[in-house]
Structures are given as structure tokens and as C-alpha cells.
Ligand binder design. Sequence first.
Ligand SMILES: [Zn+2]
Length: 282
Amino acid sequence: MNKETSIREPRNENKRLTFFFSQQLKEWKTARYRFKDLKKVKTKKIICRENTLQVQFNPARMVSTGAKIDKNSLAKRPCFLCAKNRPQEQIFIRLDEDFDLLVNPFPILPMHFTIAAQRHQPQNILPNYTEIHNFLSVYDNLTVFYNGPKCGASAPDHLHFQAGISGLLPLQKEWARISNSIERLFTLDEGNEIAALSTFICPLFVIYSTSAETDEALFRKLYETLPKREDESEPMLNIVAWRDCEKYITVVIPREQHRPSFYSAVGDAQFLISQAHWIWPV
Ligand SMILES: [Zn+2]
């Protein structure tokens, strides 16, 4: 049975998180080695439309990147996010009534967490969007990610987010420049608005918010305008969200396809790339 961490000190939540992370790596050898191996990951910078992208070659992510997520494969495997199936060594922080925080054992960031629902239920953003804001209101130095059920989630059958230290992603590193060209689409009131960004390598929507209520209202408004295919449970999208002091920034990336065409190519033409590794971890 997994242990809920009994760490109550230090008091500062960010420090508590760092403490939890090192505690987990101390106790869990496999995870410790994977984080250590992250230092050996090969990276390459690519310039595209004035944007610097970073591609990572990370064989340890093969389990996630190559994960089969069709219904049959999901039904056959024990869900690795359900508490009853988690490795013995995996500890967690109970965030609230619905979510636990875990260290992600297949990291792409130097500190990488999974925010997993306590109950096994499908990936579904609309009723759970506020969790992102709630989480960031406590852990202000992290970035939260959401990958839709067919947009990179390796466990689409178990609702989860991911989180990592803020400011490391190329999108964030270049945010000051990139966000210069945003176009405001809708303003609720001061500091609460929806904007569009078309100068990045893919079109993005941005939600600026100052409270959980306005954040949720703006996301709902945007969500309802996004196209949803008949065979999908929600519009295809990815989310990256972080804080800049009291301002909450949510980037919503609408998706056209689940995987690039070369993912399923044969022989030398095949490249197993995690969707948009260059923006956020999947
Ligand atoms: Zn599960």
C-alpha cells in the first residue's frame, strides 16, 4: 500500500514539495536512476519562425511515448495511476478531496510530478479545469500541463495533470517576446481576458486570469468555441499553465491530429516523437 507522506515541515509549500521530491528519490531507486539519467538526455536546438525549439532524445520515455492507448490495451493493463497498482515505494501528497500529487517516474523535467485523480475516471478537462488554478495558487513556482485523451496522455483512462518547475520550457523562456504579439479576443474585466497568438510555431490561445472563478469562466467560454469531433469526448487540446506573481497564465493549444504522420511510418521514416515535446512534457 502506498504511503501518504507525513511531511509537515518545512512550512513553505514550495519547500515542502522539494522535500517530498528528495524524500521520494531517496526511497525509490528506479525513479532516482531515471531522474539521474535525465542528465544524459541528448538535446538539439531548432529555430523555426524566430522561435527556438528544443528536441530531446530520451529513451527512458519510450514507455510513455510508445504507450498503446487503444481501448483494448488500456483494459488489459493495470492502471499505473490507481493507488492500488502504484509501486510500493511511491509516496504521495494528498492535495485535496480529489487529487494526489506523485513524483513522475518517467521524467522529462528535473522535477516532474503527476497530479492524479484519486478515483479512476477518464481524462476530462472541463469539470476539472479549476484544479489547475487551485494547484498553482498553492505551488506558485510550478507549471501545470494537461494532455487531452488523444493529445499525449499515456493514461487517458485515468484523469491526471502533470507539473514541473516553472520557466524551463522553451515556450516560457521566450514568453516575454512571444506574448508581445498577442491579440485580445475577449475581456471580462481588468486582468481577465482571452487572447490569441498566431506568431508561434502553432496557433495558441491564452487565458489571463486573477481568480479561480474568472479563470474557469474564461476557459469555459473558449472551450465552447473549439471544434469537437463526433468520435471525441472533448475538443483536442493541450494546456500549459503557470503563474506570474498574481497573474495566472493558461496557454491552450488546439490540436488537429493525435500523432504526426511519421509516428506510424515504417523503417527509417518512423520517428516516435512525443506530441510537442518541444513545448511541454507528455
Ligand atoms: Zn486508474
